[in-house]
Ligand binder design. Structure first.
Ligand SMILES: Nc1ncnc2c1ncn2[C@@H]1O[C@H](COP(=O)(O)OP(=O)(O)OP(=O)(O)O)[C@@H](O)[C@H]1O
Ligand SMILES: [Mg+2]
Length: 227
């Protein structure tokens, strides 16, 4: 589903990613742990095309975003980009839009759905996420856990093949992390691949099908680094 090989990224003279290889199969939940500054977020941003890597290849479901450091053209890229969803640590909901409006925006703009089609889909997703009664509320009226679920719903509305989460539980009450883990597991059962960055080791062990560690721009299998 996702195949990353040999990616490198420099900021100025500092190499933050030093040749990253990573594969995620359909339905797999891969967790990346590791010390602060190790390059985890940068890797996620590269995979999501928010950052361009200098070298290496990123392939999603058989299509290359970049091959040996050479990026696909804009049109191909925006097509491939739809297959990958990202949920930010800070949720990044649009504050002036209701829950429903937050979710229907991208499917209309990116997938070309009509407003009615987008609403129908958003209502299904909100039902699945247990937020059916919150569709007309604004983000400031929601709890942290509810905002988190809206952010997940917004990414799901684009029907990605891979979902990426950067520290999905860091803003949540400890009691809610189990809920997020269950939600991620049930999504993976539909065949979606999951890439999750976290510092929460209990959450990592609970949610993952595989854990890797990242330190100083390199990845190793398993929990080999001390947090
Ligand atoms: N846009 C940027 N410009 C310059 N340096 C950057 C930029 N983004 C990240 N860095 C540097 O790259 C390194 C890796 O940062 P990154 O955010 O990927 O780490 P991380 O593993 O996600 O850390 P944390 O666990 O604290 O979130 C850090 O030294 C950071 O200062
Ligand atoms: Mg980070």
């Amino acid at each position: 589903m996702l195949n990353v090989s040999g990616i490198r990224k420099k900021f100025g003279n500092t190499e933050v990613l030093k040749g990253i290889d990573l594969k995620i199969a359909a339905g797999e939940i891969l967790v990346i742990v590791g010390p602060s500054g190790g390059g985890k977020t940068t890797l996620l941003r590269c995979i999501n095309t928010l950052e361009h890597c200098d070298n290496g290849s990123i392939e999603i479901d058989g299509k290359y975003i970049c091959k040996d450091g050479k990026y696909a053209d804009k049109k191909a890229m925006s097509e491939i980009r739809k297959d990958i969803g990202l949920v930010f640590q800070s949720f990044n909901l649009f504050p002036h839009m209701s829950v429903l409006e937050n979710i229907i925006e991208a499917p209309q703009r990116v997938l070309g759905l009509s407003k009615n089609q987008a609403i129908k889909k958003a209502e299904e997703i909100l039902g699945f996420l247990g937020l059916g009664d919150k569709k007309n509320n604004y983000p400031f009226e929601l709890s942290g856990g509810q905002k988190q679920r809206v952010a997940i719903g917004r990414a799901l509305a684009l029907e990605p093949k891979i979902m990426c989460f950067d520290e999905p539980t860091s803003a949540l009450d400890p009691g809610l992390t189990g809920e997020v883990a269950n939600l991620i597991k049930s999504l993976s059962n539909t065949g979606m691949g999951m890439l999750i960055i976290t510092h929460d080791m209990d959450f990592a062990k609970n949610v993952s099908t595989r854990i890797v560690s990242m330190k100083e721009g390199k990845i190793q299998e398993g929990l080999i680094f001390e947090e």
